[in-house]
Design a protein around this ligand. Structure first.
Ligand code: CA
Length: 228
């Protein structure tokens, strides 16, 4: 099998080399790029299997690169993981809303890096379950057609909005959703949905899920995800 290739976009030489070292050791082929312009050129040449993209780049910055890759039909499907510094939550939110798949905060451990890369590559090959297909994860079973959720075999009494919220997160386990992505995805019919009300819905959903509620993880300053 051909090696999976990863485009590594990072202007700092030390970090780029560290990324390259760790990824090559794991058997990936690394295509390095030191600027956003170089990155876009590399993508036009040959599509990588995944893109690791530093957000703080001189010249064309990471968000612009992300916008360009996620905005083009030919490259939209490429898994894109952002590299960010602490305190860049607003940029992370923007990147996720532009279509980035995940992010890693610097400084990162090689273990976390490789786990995130593996997860993003794995998700790429998993088709998203159909919106009306029953989902089973851990001890949760969701029947979208029947609007029914079973936790360890016991039906939960959820509102329509709670149901849609849980279904959204569970369909893409491990995926971080920003509040506005959640608002757009679930439009409340029984309840006016706003960024703030998502937090309220999550609290209520966690309560109804009991111990399993801890699987709904708050990503501070960014949003929520169902823990893989
Ligand atoms: Ca940088």
């Amino acid at each position: 099998m051909a090696k999976e290739s990863i485009l590594v976009v990072e202007d700092e030489d030390d970090i780029r080399e560290l990324l390259r070292y760790n990824l090559e050791k794991e058997g990936y082929q690394v295509v390095p790029a030191a600027t956003g312009e170089e990155a876009l050129q590399a993508v036009r040449g040959r599509l990588p299997d995944l893109i690791l993209l530093d957000l703080m780049l001189p010249g064309l910055d990471g968000l612009e690169v992300c916008r360009s890759i996620k905005g083009a039909a030919a490259t939209r499907h490429l898994p894109l993981v952002m590299l960010t510094a602490k305190g860049e939550e607003a940029d992370i939110v923007t990147g996720l809303e532009l279509g980035a798949d995940d992010y890693i905060t610097k400084p990162f451990s090689p273990r976390v890096l490789l786990a995130r890369v593996r997860a993003a590559l794995r998700r790429r090959s998993l088709p998203l379950p159909a919106a009306d297909a029953p989902l089973k994860i851990d001890d949760l079973v969701i029947h979208p057609g029947r609007h029914e959720v079973l936790l360890a075999g016991t039906p939960l009494n959820l509102t329509a909005t709670e149901f849609r919220l849980l279904h959204l997160l569970v369909r893409k386990p491990g995926w971080v959703f920003t509040r506005s992505q959640i608002v757009n995805a679930i439009h409340g019919h029984d309840y006016p949905v706003s960024d703030r009300s998502i937090d309220v819905q999550i609290v209520s959903l966690r309560k109804k899920l009991g111990e399993a509620g801890s699987r709904l993880e708050t990503i501070r300053g960014i949003g929520y995800r169902y823990k893989e």
